[in-house]
Design a protein around this ligand. Structure first.
Ligand code: DOR
Ligand code: ZN
Length: 367
């Protein structure tokens, strides 16, 4: 067994004895945008090839605000899957100022809704129907706490005076700290945590508060968005942050703490929506999600911790069984395509035209 040195405080962790292949329990994606219609048909196969399940975001137009609309959306997702795919979409409801507590009861009874998603109004793509103030949602949050339905947070403050780089920290200070006190049993996922402050906050809570981490926030800092010119395909929300934030995220993801787990936030937009005078936020990473995470874990000398982060921690938090199947990654350099078809448009993937050092084995259904 090879032992690799890891950053201070984490001790030594074993690496797989054979580092040219890595076999792990089939992972899950705990935060994913699949879209709808022809866009859905173009992207869902990528997630189904790698993941057993995915938590599907409800920010369609119109938003998925009811269990009934989540049921119909789920059917469309299942209908768009390649034949034989064993992929399970876990649905979410979009919280609004008008969501009724009875909808939480229906969500709990449905067996296919795994949480309720909070978007502050105006925070990001299709968030105009989002919540204007958490204070308006008291009865719904109280019901979620009672029935143990998970709250998934887009944790950014949206006030006009808040600097875009401070939105997560301000949300934590002004909203989240109060929320965890007011609902002491409510289980919360701080989705796509991006800052050292966010990591610190989660670490300071008990294990009912968790966070997902995206591949882009593990691999890049905010400098990447401006390297040699403006790079619209690296624009996502929350924004990429400073190097010290990225380092804190890598330490959280690779440190074995079960409160941090995989959530790609893969969010496809047509190329012309990104390459625009007012471009859309979102990075499409589902084409190579597990390989991107493997790259980040390898760089941190922590490949042996990938399985926990990708395949165990999220399932355990959501109280779902871990997947039974496996996926194998080969240590093999490959070039990410520059484009993928996206209905009548095309889609520029994360790392387009660049090399990755891990590739999912074709025997798993990998390309
Ligand atoms: O960059 C993002 N894109 N962040 C989000 O929160 C939403 C997502 C999208 O739906 O495009
Ligand atoms: Zn998202």
């Amino acid at each position: 067994m090879i032992l690799a040195a890891v950053p201070a405080g984490q001790g030594c962790i074993p690496l797989p004895s054979q580092t040219n292949t890595l076999t792990i329990t089939r992972p899950d994606d705990w935060h994913l945008h699949l879209r709808d219609g022809e866009a859905l048909a173009a992207v869902v196969k990528f997630s189904a090839r790698q993941f057993g399940r995915a938590v599907v975001m409800p920010n369609l137009k119109p938003a998925v605000t009811t269990v009934e609309s989540a049921r119909r959306y789920r059917d469309r997702i299942l209908g768009a899957l390649p034949a034989g795919a064993g992929f399970e979409p876990l649905m979410t409801l979009y919280l609004t100022d008008d969501t009724e507590p009875a909808e939480v009861d229906r969500a709990k009874a449905s067996g296919f809704v795994c949480g309720v998603k909070y978007y502050p109004a105006g925070a990001t793509t299709h968030s105009d129907a989002g919540v204007t103030s958490l204070a308006r949602c008291h009865s719904v949050l109280a019901r979620m706490e009672e029935l143990d339905v998970v709250l998934q947070l887009h944790g950014e403050a949206t006030g006009a005076g808040v600097d875009p780089y401070d939105r997560e920290a301000v949300f934590i200070e002004n909203e989240l700290a109060r929320l965890v006190k007011r609902y002491p049993k409510l289980r919360i996922v701080l989705e796509h945590v991006t800052t050292a402050a966010g990591v610190e906050f989660v670490r300071a809570q008990d294990d009912r508060v968790a966070a997902t981490i995206t591949p882009q926030h593990l691999l890049l800092n905010r400098g990447a968005m401006f390297e040699g010119g403006l790079r619209p395909h690296l624009y996502c929300l929350p924004l990429l942050k400073r190097e010290r934030d990225r380092e804190a995220l890598v330490a959280a993801a690779t440190g074995g703490d079960t409160r941090f787990f995989l959530g790609t936030d893969s969010a496809p937009h047509p190329r012309d929506g990104k390459e625009s005078a007012c471009g859309c936020a979102g990075i499409f990473s589902a084409h190579a999600a597990i390989e991107l995470y493997a790259q980040a874990f390898e760089q941190a000398g922590a490949l042996a911790r990938l399985e926990g982060f990708a395949s165990h921690h999220g399932a355990d938090f959501y109280g779902l069984p871990r997947n039974k199947g496996k996926v194998t990654l080969l240590h093999e350099s490959w070039s990410v395509p520059k484009r993928y078809p996206f209905g009548s448009a095309d889609l520029v993937p994360f790392f387009a035209g660049e090399k990755l050092s891990w590739k999912q084995a074709p025997a798993d259904g990998g390309a």
